[in-house]
Design a protein around this ligand. Sequence first.
Ligand code: SF4
Ligand code: SF4
Ligand code: SF4
Length: 299
Amino acid sequence: MDLIVTSTSEQRNAIETDARAKSHLCWTCGTCDNECPVNLATSRLSPRKIVRLASFGLLDELLRMPEIWYCLTCQRCVEVCPNGVQPAEVIRFIREESLRRQIVKWDMLLDYEKLFGRFQRVRLHATIRSMNGKLDTVSDEQWYGWLDAPVEPPGTEITPRTSSERKVYFRQVTGTNITLCLTCSECTNCCPVFYERSVFDPQATIRMVNLGLTEELLLSPSIWLCIGCGRCSNACTQTVKGREIIARLRRMAIDGGWVNSRLPYRLKDAEKLIYPRLLDEIDACLGVSSGRTLSSDIG
Ligand code: SF4
Ligand code: SF4
Ligand code: SF4
């Protein structure tokens, strides 16, 4: 079968200008594919392919690709690209264009965002299981139970540490000006994986460090839910670096023996169980056809 590719220089220039992703600089090295957590877990999201299609100006093909909606917006592809290409920006632009042309309707978007939020509950449960050993399977009952049931907040009251106890931890969570936090919640508002405070909340994490509750965090599955996108660090007017604080807490949890040193590897294995199911749910949510494209007309 012949593959007919249609593209115009106008489309190519439009993507290049509007997405501002520098896709023409891509030399197809595949570094982004090898870092993308969704691709590593499912082989179903290739940022390299998306950038390649963008640099050819294949807008219609991009608008129909369900992969555009599989992205977690973690920005890892952007951070690792040796040429300064920004695959996540191509994805952002194509998502906006899909909404503008109503290929993805607003009600679909709301369902999609709710699904992504509920999926954080699954990630929390998978993390708790992984802290206790390798997660080998996720049954249908577990998947839907985790996805649908709100996570109850911890029932026990927590007593803040004394100031001398807190100082020990402030020294350990080094390189950050965490005490400047005003609790304005800007970090939470921009965090793509915030859905329920009982699952994960960057502002609550920072607050807990400031109250000296670092031990509770070192034992908590929540700190492993951050996807490292850096939005909280960029958004904070007080220059508190949420991403770096959480990365430091993780390092402390492993180095101090608070969690099993194999936890990061177990979490990668768990992602291979839960991400494919997430992508299937996204397909159903967006009405992806058997031809693996979004089925709405392209206007
Ligand atoms: S890492 Fe950069 S240059 Fe390499 S394939 Fe991805 S976008 Fe292209
Ligand atoms: S931003 Fe999206 S495409 Fe890029 S690495 Fe993260 S999930 Fe993959
Ligand atoms: S880096 Fe910050 S905004 Fe991004 S997922 Fe982690 S806590 Fe949320």
